[in-house]
Design a protein around this ligand. Sequence first.
Ligand code: ADP
Ligand code: MG
Length: 663
Amino acid sequence: MQDTNIETRLHPADAELSRRIVVLEEHLLEKEKTVEALQDSEKRYRRLFESAKDGILILDAETGRVVDVNPFLMQLLGYSYHAVIGKYIWEIGVFKDIAASKEAFKVLQDNEYIRYEDLPLEAFDKRPIAVEFVSNVCLVDHRKVIQCNIRDITARNRAEAEHKRLIAAVEQVEDAIVMTDAKGIIQFVNSAFERTTGYSREEAVGQNPRILKSGQQDELFYSNLWDTISGGRTWAGRMVSKRKDGTLYTEESMVSPVRDASGQIVNYVSVKRDITEKLRLAAQSQQARKMEAVGLLAGGVAHDYNNMLGVILGYTELAMKKVEAAQPLYADLRHIFNAAKRSADITRELLAFARKETIAPVALDLNRSVESIVEMLRRLIREDIDLEWLPTVGPCPIMMDPIQVEQILMNLCLNARDAIPGVGQITIETGSAIFDEAYCADHAGFVPGKYALLAVSDSGDGMDKDTLGHIFDPFFTTKELGQGTGLGLSMVYGIVSQNNGFINVYSEQGKGTTFNIYLPSCSDKGVQSRMEKTAEIPSSCGETVLVVEDELSLLMIAKMMLEKMGYRVLIAGTPSEAIGLAEKHATEIQLLITDVVMPGMNGRDLAERLHSLYPNLKTLFASGYTANVIGHRGVLDEGVSFIQKPFSMKDLAVKVREALRDK
Ligand code: ADP
Ligand code: MG
């Protein structure tokens, strides 16, 4: 009410003035508010600038001086505010890559927008940092500035490098790696997977691992695997899988679930190793070990049998000489003799398998050796089987006992003959082969070097896998009772290993068989052909012979045989007895015949001992096997005489003459 009064009391001009004042006041108020608002907004932007987690640098676009810099950038680069503000950008070491000079700065000036994805910078303290750099030119308060946004990507780069390394590792490992989603659909496979399975990455991704299913495991196997991994546990085991080309392989695999942060299974990863080759090599060396063990056993038994058979043969032979050939007793003795001889042959084969047979290797040409017995082999096999002989050109020098070449060929040809039901073909070939380190790493028991190859192939029935796995076992035969002893290939195996060779057999049912035998090559100097056997029993010139043998019955037989031939015989049951006798009859004894394995002192040491006393004394060793005493693995030194037990009178006569004549 009062106000109204005043107003009404005012002069109209005054009223106009006061109205203007009010407007002015309102205007001022308005302006104040705008300024305030502006300040507010500036503060807000300032806060953004100051708290940004990217570095921001403001440059004067005209001069290149630093106008402003945010704390993050200072912290990142390790520079203080004052070290930067007002400086020319090219003065600040850290930016040398962006604006090394005024010239370089022009690039920033002239381009509204510049982006460097990955710039290697160095902080004040020389610490390397990688940044992403973006600059843009803009107008602020009528002033042209360049705003530079600098983002630290060191951590990102490190993570990327780690990722790359991880991928490289996954790609380069020998194990196949497969990653599936939670449903089991393949999402990733590495290169090893592609190599082992034959499926490319493109072919595998999106598929179920079932593509590798071989049918060798039953459903239970797979459901057990799935239950294990979907239950959150790792499955580990061996399985047979199928490659794209249909071939099977054995793998050792480990399948594990992969969980996300919340514990949910999101992937399965499996790491698989192809162990087919490893298993094959293990089987090979197991086979070799088995043969070694069986050989040891067979060798031991055969040795004892050999001595006994020697007694039987010897006495029978002597008894036959006391009986008229027309008498019935003579025929009986003949039967005993033949049976014992046959038994001796079997034990001999066993000894050959056990590599206990003593051999006298000579340098020979494999081609000539085969050549010399091809006709005999032709007679051995049936007429409706064609025997083809394909020698390689040039000589095939090996170090071997010629008898062993015969034994190998006879056994292989007889087996081939037995495997051919009607008309067929046997091929004998020679060749050469060089095995390098790589080949030998893949083939257990093979030793690098140069080899002569002796191959015997037939067009016969072939063998199944099961048979193939046993052919070298002694007494393994598929032939009817009385048809085969199962010792033929055992003997071949023994002979070949004794000569440091190898055998590879290829056979398929209905497709024939090939035996490839590799024998170490030697230089072709001094190759000689086999010595002819002496036909007649040579008689003595009355020499004195000292026989040393711990098996009394064998000693007696040897004595009787030698006396029958006309020698003077001294006998000793032990080496020490022999030394005593030798001292007494020093000058008379011309030949020492000694067993090799004896208790107390072995034959070789005895021979050396006596030889040092009487240098003209000749020595003939006799043994069922040598137990590595005479020479390495039963291989005789050149010039050493040896007779295999059991021996016939003729064998002994020949060997004694040879020993006395030689050397
Ligand atoms: P044997 O001939 O007395 O049976 P071997 O040791 O010589 O004994 O051979 C063992 C077995 O190996 C034979 O019984 C036969 O089953 C098999 N065998 C050997 N050679 C051949 C071949 N060339 N073809 C088919 N099978 C073979
Ligand atoms: Mg045979």
